[in-house]
Design a protein around this ligand. Structure first.
Ligand code: DHB
Length: 391
């Protein structure tokens, strides 16, 4: 009896003070679905590390709500991603779906976001069409077209006339190929061959032999994050590093996560991308230091900033809605949001819900004994060129 009246008094005091007792504080859950096993584990690890870092730095209370991150492994398999998304909505009552380390994983989940009206934050997958698959999708990563067009222009301006393209054979590879080939052609360049390598157990060796025979000025390559390590090894084994054929591409091939293991043959590889560990802003220096401190032995790559910025966008949207988790209100809050990321200034295009960001051209160089993508040119406010062309 005594205890009950004490609790009632406590609750009354809390109400009078306009605050909610801790036990009754409502929780907003974010379901982070990422590959933590299988061939794309490094992507999942980067996304999780960055999401946790953001929450550690910014606290877990937003607009009076307690934020909880639920991390689930989809092993990079689309059927898992969609099933887990359904479970997170039904059982855990999440207010956000986030992650999506590969295009097929995002595509499989898009109808679930539409039906449930739950915001789906794509933190890694890069195929243009993803954001068109649901009005509840926003993207904090990149599209392949953003980098492909910039590196095509650079190639055309730097005595590269004849190119062979080699891409992983699935949607982002097809985007990376088409955006490059079309842009390079429009600038007078010629693509003599377009090769595609399977996504499962990729073996570049037979393709690289054909590249040697075709003798292009450059080989343009897209592989998903992490796979660049296999490509680089085979590039050297086949002697392409001594052939005078330059290696270029979107920055996925010189992924900062695996670049330190590439060896000096990678020095001079030129790519275009949205993020480099070496990006020289104060914000990024702070980010890299905090990330390394929280994750010894790892360095943050472009997946990580997609995760870090994705959680930032969720926090800011909740602040704008005053903690309301209505999907339409959250989408409205996210559209047009602008902020400074470790990668530079970024925003969410209010029309397409896709990311607008600076794309940098970078050259692999050795600094203090470690390989980095060193930026030497930048192109601000780049939108997805594939969607821009459809208009
Ligand atoms: C995708 C995955 C990657 O690891 C990457 O670097 C680019 C695109 C994708 O599946 O969309």
């Amino acid at each position: 009896m005594l205890r009950r009246s004490f609790l009632a008094a406590l609750a009354a005091t809390a109400l009078a003070a306009g605050s909610v007792p801790a036990a009754a504080q409502e929780t907003v859950k974010i379901g982070l679905i990422i590959p933590l096993t299988g061939p794309f584990t490094t992507t999942g690890k980067q996304l999780e590390a960055a999401a946790r870092l953001y929450m550690q730095q910014n606290g877990t209370t937003v607009a009076g709500k307690k934020i909880e991150l639920i991390v689930r492994d989809d092993a990079g398999r689309a059927e898992n991603t969609a099933r887990i998304a359904g479970e997170l909505i039904q059982n855990d009552k999440v207010s956000f779906l986030a992650g999506f380390g590969l295009t097929p994983l995002a595509m499989a989940t898009a109808p679930i976001a539409t039906n449930s009206k739950i915001p789906m934050v794509v933190m890694m997958a890069g195929t243009s069409i993803i954001t068109e698959r649901s009005p509840y999708i926003v993207r904090t990563s990149f599209t392949l077209g953003q980098s492909a067009v910039i590196i095509a222009d650079w190639a055309a301006q730097n005595k590269i006339k004849k190119v062979v393209t080699l891409v992983t054979d699935y949607a982002p590879g097809h985007d990376a190929e088409k955006s490059f080939v079309d842009q390079f052609k429009s600038k007078g360049g010629e693509t003599v061959e377009s090769l595609r390598v399977p996504i499962q157990n990729p073996d570049f060796a037979p393709f690289l032999q054909r590249v040697l025979d075709a003798k292009p000025d450059a080989l343009y390559v897209f592989t998903p994050s992490g796979v660049g390590a296999i490509l680089m090894k085979q590039f050297v084994e086949r002697g392409l590093d001594k052939s005078g054929i330059r290696l270029i591409g979107p920055g996925d091939i010189t992924d900062d996560d695996v670049l330190p293991g590439f060896g000096d043959a990678a020095i001079g590889v030129v790519t275009a991308h949205n993020y480099s560990t070496d990006h020289p802003s104060a914000k990024n220096k702070e980010y890299v230091a905090a990330f390394k401190k929280a994750n010894p032995g790892m360095r943050p790559n472009f997946a990580s900033v997609g995760g870090y910025d994705g959680i930032h966008l969720i926090y800011e949207a909740l602040k704008k809605t005053g903690g309301k988790t209505d999907g339409d209100a959250l989408l409205t809050a996210m559209k047009g949001h602008k902020w400074e990321s470790p990668r530079g200034p970024i925003s969410i295009d209010p029309e397409t819900r896709d990311i607008v960001q600076t794309i940098y051209i970078r050259r692999v160089e050795k600094k203090n004994g470690e390989l980095y993508n060193v930026e030497f040119a930048s192109f601000p406010d780049v939108k997805d060129p594939v969607k821009a062309q459809k208009k």
